[in-house]
Design a binder for this molecule. Sequence first.
Ligand code: ITT
Ligand code: NA
Length: 198
Amino acid sequence: NTLVIATRNPGKAKEFASLFAPSGYTIKTLLDYPELPDIEETGKTFEENARLKAETIAQLIQQPVLADDSGLKVDALGGMPGIYSARFAGEPTSDAANNAKLLHELTDVEDENRKAQFHCTLVFAAPKKESLVVEAEWPGRIGRIPRGDQGFGYDPLFIVDGLEKTAAELDPSEKNKQSHRGLAMEKLKKQWKEWLEA
Ligand code: ITT
Ligand code: NA
């Protein structure tokens, strides 16, 4: 049994592979379908962008498709980079450039004002079905130096509430247990079988 996830982000792909492992499903991503188009993320919300990715690809391949739109919302930046997290430092960009820009923008911001949340919206789409939508957040704050070498994206700068470790200092299984993506997957797992079979 194979499930397609409409992502080209290898960090997300790895997390989904382990999040789906217990369900017996094998994951394919757009990295396995180089012929499929890049979906332009023209939406104004995480949900709009996740729908664009999931519903467009589901239509094209005529199979159920899951998409993740996620990002980091920093209170002191009015919720930025938010839906622009992947392209915060411009395009093309890199995790290193995005992290450097984030640190730069927060240079003069005191520790107590560095609160942030990771957000994840998952959309499950299938031909002729109303999409299933779930979301979750993970609270923390932005550190002053990158720490840890696991995970991806902003993980080395995201100090997890109550742990005093960055997300990049967590083992993959520890991160999945509490992260925005892990919690959204928990919600999805409660609904997706019934939704797929309906
Ligand atoms: P796809 O659209 O192909 O899935 P993307 O990276 O462009 O890949 P998004 O538009 O959803 O995906 O952007 C998400 C960005 O938010 C991602 O590139 C990271 O910079 C950041 N992000 C999301 N989840 C994260 C996590 O668990 N840890 C660190 N950074 C994360
Ligand atoms: Na996006």
